[in-house]
Design a protein around this ligand. Structure first.
Ligand code: SF4
Length: 56
């Protein structure tokens, strides 16, 4: 299961540079994690200012 970004995302992009596999990109004015790329490392979770990223 991949990590997931919820509606709490404010599109700050803080998580994007933390992802080692470039799974995070912009989609519909928020950040989105591609489930086919995410390796569930969890790096993105702690940098999110709104706790919008959930473990898979
Ligand atoms: Fe990228 Fe790791 Fe977050 Fe998955 S859990 S989106 S691999 S930083």
């Amino acid at each position: 299961m991949a990590h997931k970004i919820t509606e709490a995302c404010i599109n700050c992009a803080a998580c994007e540079s933390e992802c080692p596999v470039n799974a995070i990109s912009e989609k519909n004015d928020a950040r989105w994690i591609d489930p086919d790329l995410c390796i569930d490392c969890g790096n993105c979770v702690s940098v999110c200012p709104t706790n919008a990223i959930l473990a898979g």
